[in-house]
Write a protein of this length. Sequence first.
Length: 299
Amino acid sequence: MNFLNQIIQGVLLGGFYALLACGLSFMFGVMRIINLAHGSLAILAAFLLLDFCNYTNLSPFLGLLLVLPVMALVGWVLQFAVLDRSLRAGPLIPVLSTFGVAVVLDNSLFEAYGANSQSLGPNIGDLAFNSWNLTDTISIAQLDALVFATAVVVLGGLQFILARTAIGRTIRATANDPSVVDLIGVDSRAVYAVSAAMAMVMVGLAGAFLGMRDSFDPYAGGPQLLFAFETIVIGGLGSLWGTLIGGIVLGVAQNIGATISPHGFLIAGHLTFLAVLIARTFGGNFSLKRLLPKKAVAP
């Protein structure tokens, strides 16, 4: 039973990893950029939400109404100020640029908040520790269930937007060939900016739930980036529902590893990531999955 409980907890943890990784996967699918500032931006959102709670004494869920638009604006500015220029210089420059953004963010947060760990757990009351007891040995944390449900809704909503809406078709067409989109009168730079803003909204949600379920500090972005990257590689870079599957695989592996050894949580996750990477490499199937169909129709 304890083993079954660990699997269930791993699945729920996978929901958080999927939420953490979906913005990274989306940006790669649209702009073919691996955003190395992804984890740091999630920590930025957590600190913004913490400031909101400290100054207003209101719930962080209400704070999301303010923080998520701010993160969307951050994504818009990031696209026009950094990514748009670096994309013109080749595939390596955006990676280096986002690494620089991560370094600046980490050190700026350290200067502003210090090195102490923070948490949004005290701001959400009983939700931080309440759970549903299914049996004597199996329980489901209410917060973890909320995170998993949010991940499914976000991924499903994003899939619906891409498949069924005009802006989604425009994003798909721009990702396939931005030069052709420009020829028919659509500004590909603006489409990329909208995509970056959407990705940062997802990052903001991930940062909020990170702050609620765990502690964080200014330099916590690196490990979060690693978990997000492992998730999308396991599930397939650029694949939305693959992101959820990758998160679940990573979460279950980590929880099973923790039952074997106190140090097995991280080691098991890393070994699973390496096993998938090696299998794809030597299996001849290491082509990156594409978020988009081969043919996209602009509105």
